[in-house]
Design a protein. Structure first.
Length: 357
């Protein structure tokens, strides 16, 4: 079984793709984005995957890769195209090479045109292909910088991508209209730049007259990506909160395990967002917890001190996750959700006030 997730960075409109062998849990991640490293690592941990490699379709001009961050945190290989010119990778790919993850693999196909080092990655059964910025959904990548070449792109798309089976799904590295996937058959028929009977001269003439502005981050992104995302000098990479051992979830919230909360309880505020009947009911409550029901939280946020971290608690962790978001919107920066709520707290035998045995 293949595990597959499409991930999106709204700032750069970049898609990253997580693929894993469901038998061995070995995984690869394509085109990871620097700002999304924490999110993607949370998903990898939640799914119990072993990230063996990050894979770049090309040297990007619109975002900085997270390859180095993932290598540092997870020990995975950094894999790039040999023709891209990036230094510091663990492996450099040539046309026809394979990136193996468990019993599955991606085949690397050289598809220059957008940049000289562009590659398309084709899944072993040809059911999916990841086209980077070469072929987009009903479009194509630009060819006016980084050794771009419209004639090379035309040949790349026609010879390496549109020759795949018609039902092969194509996943680009970008889309600016909210589109997520296409197919070889669709692009053969409907792509206005490269489909149907459009000839090479037609495509070259079209691409040479696009007149697009350069990407805003090109002067930052390209040099950084030529170092596979490794900072040229020490920079302040966002650190995990230091007031407790917390876990960041794919849902985008910080959670604290019951054992960790018991260790730091004297130093934090514990806010229980259940109703009064639950607070005094059979589950009891964490010692020293302050009751502020979720429906009253916005109006009563001023009752919560801002100079101490806050841990929000409910029965199962669902309402308190919502409370965490409300507190963050109210300006609280050090907030965590008790994982599993009072159900887990009680099940693991941590002390309570009130409640029944």
């Amino acid at each position: 079984m293949l595990i597959f997730r499409q991930l999106f960075d709204p700032q750069s409109s970049t898609y990253s793709y997580l693929l894993a062998d469901g038998t061995t849990n070995a995984a690869v991640l394509t085109d990871p984005v620097f700002e999304q490293a924490r999110r993607d690592e949370a998903l990898i941990h939640e799914l119990g995957l072993d990230l063996v490699a990050t894979v770049e379709t090309h040297v990007h001009a619109d975002h900085v890769t997270a390859a180095w961050l993932h290598h540092r945190a997870l020990g995975c290989d950094i894999v790039v195209s040999a023709a891209g010119g990036a230094a510091g990778a663990d492996r450099q790919l040539a046309h026809g090479d394979r990136i193996v993850f468990g019993s599955r693999h991606l085949e690397a196909r050289a598809t220059p045109g957008h940049t000289h080092g562009c590659m398309t990655f084709v899944l072993d059964d040809e059911s999916r292909a990841f086209t980077g910025d070469c072929l987009l959904i009903r479009g194509s990548g630009r060819t006016d910088f980084q050794q771009g070449d419209a004639r090379a792109m035309y040949q790349s798309v026609r010879m390496q991508i549109l020759t795949l089976p018609g039902d092969c799904l194509l996943y680009p590295a970008h889309d600016y209209r909210g589109l997520t996937v296409t197919s070889v058959a669709e692009e053969r028929r409907f792509n206005p730049r490269l489909g149907g009977d459009i000839g090479e001269a037609d495509f070259v003439g079209f691409m040479n007259n696009l007149g697009l502005p350069h990407p805003k981050l090109i002067d930052i992104a390209v040099p950084a990506n030529l170092r596979v995302g490794r900072p040229e000098q020490e920079i302040a990479i966002p650190a995990d909160p230091g007031w407790a051992h917390l876990n960041f979830t794919f849902a985008g919230i910080w959670e604290i395990e019951p054992r960790a909360l018991e260790e730091v309880a004297p130093k934090v505020q514990i806010v229980d967002v259940r109703e009064n009947s639950e607070f005094t009911g059979s589950l009891g409550h964490v010692r020293g917890a302050q009751l502020v029901p979720l429906g009253e939280l916005q109006a009563r946020a001023s009752e919560i001190a801002r100079d101490k971290p806050v841990v929000v608690v409910c029965r199962s962790g669902a309402r308190s996750a919502q409370a965490l978001v409300l507190l963050q919107k109210a300006g609280f920066s050090e907030v965590a959700n008790l994982a599993g709520g009072m159900l887990r707290w009680r099940a693991e035998g941590h002390p309570v006030e009130g409640g029944r045995a």
